[in-house]
Write a protein that binds this ligand. Structure first.
Ligand code: NAP
Length: 322
């Protein structure tokens, strides 16, 4: 029997990450579930029927840089080759009145969703380089979102405040209190999430630009559809949690189930059809009809300003010490 391929999935204890782990295990992969609550992750994995021998659980708190580094050490100690890395975990804290901070003093949504993943990608790049082969590239896949890309129909809906990294004034200033936003503007918790996702989408483009030609590694982002009933929205107002899934199912028709979102993400990680293009943002669009096919979706101008993207990369590298 051939050795199963290995994928690390951050935030595999619920939602898209959990169902991607299941979909990959069903394709014969081994999944390393990188989670901050291992008891919860174990119960979730058993609950959806991921076989014990198809998974390894390792602790990570993406909002704590020392924890990200300890995770990379623990993964290396396993001695497993790494075929794919899925940057999936995220926090969405839209009701915070003042910023929560990571141990490094950074606003927590940006620290967790973006800085933690930027650091992890760097710590595991050599592992991906070692497994990447012509015709069977290693893959580094990042969850994007519609609200960070005004090229998507759903991203055009003007839900204040849209993702916008401005001139990076907050990062330029060191991103310490009282600064809490990448653009240096006053704290808006929902925007902090959207900004962090836009920064992740830009990071993937920069990874592609810097590493694809030399390594063959495929770097892509995706928007699997609106998975309106995951625990991501648990900190949103209760009325929103009731209405949002209904609205997405019946009005926008952008809703996708967690198993379908997991399967789409697993396709981008594992299927040969997704291996030939790098530097792409995959989307299934906002109208989720039966048999919907994926397509490459352009990023908005907010994600394609090359000099600013390069400056974002340099400032972020300084924030995480790589
Ligand atoms: P979810 O069910 O809340 O999953 C988020 C995961 O991230 C959970 O496993 C959570 O762990 C983990 N996480 C949060 N903070 C962490 C930290 N500090 N360290 C390690 N893990 C942490 O949400 P989801 O909807 O599946 O979201 C997954 C991804 O899909 C996100 O990147 C999101 O932006 C993206 N996305 C979602 C949608 C949607 O409609 N839901 C649409 C487009 C894109 P705990 O269980 O410990 O909290």
């Amino acid at each position: 029997m051939s050795t199963p391929k290995t994928c690390i999935i951050t935030g595999a204890s619920s939602g898209v990450g959990l169902w991607t782990a299941k979909a990959l295990a069903e394709r014969g992969w081994h999944v390393v579930m990188a989670c901050r609550d291992l008891a919860k992750a174990e119960a979730a994995a058993a609950g959806v029927g991921i076989p014990a021998d198809a998974r390894t659980l390792l602790h990570i708190d993406l909002g704590v840089q020392a924890s990200v580094r300890a995770f990379a050490d623990a993964f290396h100690a396993l001695g497993r080759p790494l075929d794919a890395l899925l940057l999936n975990a995220a926090v969405y804290l839209p009701r915070l009145e003042s910023p929560m901070r990571s141990p490094e003093g950074h606003e927590i949504s940006v620290a967790t969703n973006y800085f933690g993943h930027f650091l992890l990608a760097h710590l595991l790049m050599d592992d991906l380089k070692r497994t990447s082969r012509p015709g069977a590239p290693a893959r580094l896949i990042t969850l994007g979102t519609v609200t960070a890309n005004s090229e998507e129909f759903g991203g055009k809906v003007p839900i204040p405040a849209p993702a916008d990294l401005g001139d990076l004034a907050g990062l330029e200033a060191g991103f310490q209190a009282p600064v809490a936003m990448i653009d240096g503007q006053p704290f808006k918790p929902g925007k902090a999430y959207k900004d962090s996702k836009l920064a992740c989408m830009i990071m993937s483009r920069e990874l592609h630009k810097r590493f694809h030609d030399d390594t063959g590694i495929v770097f892509n982002t995706l928007y699997p559809g609106c998975v309106a009933d995951t625990p991501l929205f648990r900190h949103a107002p209760r009325a929103f949690q009731r209405i949002f899934p209904w609205f997405q199912k019946n009005i926008t028709k952008g809703y996708v189930s967690q198993p379908l979102a997991g399967d789409r993400t697993a396709q981008v990680i594992a299927e040969p059809a997704f291996a030939s293009l790098s530097g792409v943002h995959w989307s299934w669009g906002n109208r989720q009809k039966e048999g919907r096919q994926p397509f490459s979706q352009p990023l908005s101008a907010r994600g394609t300003n090359e000099p600013r993207n390069e400056r974002l990369w340099a400032l972020t590298a300084k924030m995480v010490g790589v």
